[in-house]
Design a protein around this ligand. Structure first.
Ligand code: GLN
Length: 478
């Protein structure tokens, strides 16, 4: 008997379409794997509703209805995307532990239209703030390769679940690296689309000028399939772009002859660990063998990116999180007091330490007297970083970098050192500041731990990075 968990999403879709397997069988297989999970990947499993939806897909298929290619495919979604039904949308926070959404996020509507089945809500850093999924009110996610190491974050539950074959696919969100970094740590593919490519209607906002939803999958092809489901215009998100959605699967065909790949010197600093550099360089060599041309380039403002990102992201977070006041959403303190006291105690009890740190930082950089010195300056740096990419893309078609400076670190090793934790994001935050798309694909391993390579593209040129990533992946596996 075939091990359904070992199949790719595309293979599963083909078997579902030919009725070799039923949606119910597939759904039951993954649900039981999720129920046995001991890596804390999920906050909640969506059992009855998922099984009922699978049964509906099976009935439609048996009656000869024409269904989308993805009908019956299961997945998990990060718990910052709202979904109607029995399960709460927690954002990994105590403050939303009992929040049930009255509506579906745009991506959830798209999944439903595609006949896909949400199996559960994935664990994450609280409000997507973190790089290790240790800032979750529901406990840390464990890494799929080494349980004593982090899965990365903030979409760590999504990434670990995909790597452990508890689900063929997952959705994550990426504000400064939260899809790509956990994908790299878990040895899978993760794509942050262009800003505006996927609607954020129903994604709980963290840094609104940076946030994007994207796919996590074990193969690039599966990521392309899921991107095709969620991409496209939605008028309820004013930043959603009216740019036609190409056929991402078709984009995977074709070779890399003549493709110009930029290697930014700033992403290969002398301090980059030797073994990580070696793994990435092997992939660069692969690309050359496949006919791509590599060009050394410069993204000169990279060194200011972490500072600018942690000012802009926290400023936006402090504004976005003001809505959690104990009145409209979530936890309300039972302590007695006046209205202000109620806001204060509800927020103090509901938010975890990292979220509080970010709200304070963000409020500080926006306060009068400091606005020009920090926030305005960070916005100027952002313009320069964006310009670096515009200039680079005049010379090259895609840019290649390591996704992270190191493989997954030990659980607990950075939680008490926020600045070191922030520095983990050195290679990923620039991409969100510039709004360009990027994918992380497995590049190899260092001491058995996965390392990722990041491919960055021009705005809306997901096809170029997907095609390059698919060839790279072949180099690792074949
Ligand atoms: N690690 C980064 C942060 O903590 C990015 C998080 C994200 O992309 N959601 O802000």
């Amino acid at each position: 008997m075939t091990d359904l968990r070992a199949l790719s999403a595309i293979e599963l879709a083909d078997r579902l379409a030919s009725r070799e397997v039923s949606a119910k069988e597939v759904c039951e297989t993954f649900l039981s794997a999720l129920e046995r999970d001991d890596h804390n990947c999920l906050i909640a499993v969506r059992k009855e509703e998922a099984l009922a939806e699978a049964a509906a897909v099976d009935r439609a298929r048996t009656s000869g209805e024409k269904l989308p290619r993805t009908a019956g495919l299961p997945l998990v979604i990060k718990d910052n995307m709202v979904m109607r039904g029995k399960l709460p949308t927690t954002c990994g926070s105590k403050i939303l532990a009992n929040f049930r959404s009255p509506y579906d996020a745009h991506v959830v509507e798209r999944l439903r239209q595609a006949g896909m089945i949400v199996l559960g809500k994935a664990n994450m850093d609280e409000f997507a703030m973190g790089s290790s999924s240790e800032n979750s009110a529901f406990g840390p996610v464990r890494g799929p390769v080494d349980r004593e190491r982090v899965a990365g974050g903030s979409s760590g539950g999504s990434a670990s679940a995909v790597a452990l074959k508890l689900t063929p696919l997952a959705l994550g969100s990426d504000t400064g690296g939260s899809i790509r970094q956990p994908a790299a740590f878990c040895g899978i593919a993760g794509l942050k689309p262009t800003y505006g490519r996927v609607s954020r209607y129903g994604l709980v906002a963290f840094g609104s000028s940076l946030d994007q939803i994207g796919p996590l999958a074990r193969t690039v092809k599966d990521a392309a399939l899921l991107l095709g489901v969620i991409a496209g215009h939605d008028r309820r998100d004013s930043t959603s772009a009216e740019v036609p959605v190409p056929d991402y699967l078709a984009a995977l065909e074709g070779d890399l002859k003549g493709l110009k790949v930029g290697l930014p010197a700033e992403y290969f600093p002398a301090a980059l660990e030797g073994p990580v550099r070696k793994v990435v360089e092997e992939r660069i060599e692969n690309l050359r063998k496949l006919g791509a041309e590599t060009v050394e380039i410069h993204l000169p403002h990279t060194e200011y990116a972490i500072a600018a990102y942690y000012i802009i992201a926290t400023a936006e977070a402090s504004a976005n999180l003001a809505r959690f006041d104990g009145v409209r959403y979530g936890h309300r303190s039972s302590r007695q007091g006046d209205l202000l006291e109620m806001y204060r105690t509800s927020r103090s009890e509901g938010f975890g330490p990292e979220v509080k740190r970010r709200i304070m930082l963000g409020t500080y950089v926006l306060s009068s007297g400091y606005y020009d010195a920090y926030y305005l300056k960070a916005q100027k740096v952002r313009t320069l970083i964006t310009r670096d990419f515009t200039e680079a893309f005049k010379k090259v078609d895609v840019i290649l970098t390591p996704t992270t400076p190191t493989p997954a670190f030990k659980l607990g090793s950075l939680v008490d050192d926020p600045v070191s934790m922030y520095l983990q994001d050195i290679f990923t935050v620039t991409i969100n500041l510039a709004g360009v798309p990027a994918i992380s694909v497995p590049a190899g391993t260092v001491d058995g731990l996965p390392v990722g390579v990041q491919l960055i593209g021009r705005h809306f040129d997901e096809p170029a990075i997907l095609k390059t990533a698919a060839r790279l992946e072949g180099g690792v596996n074949g």
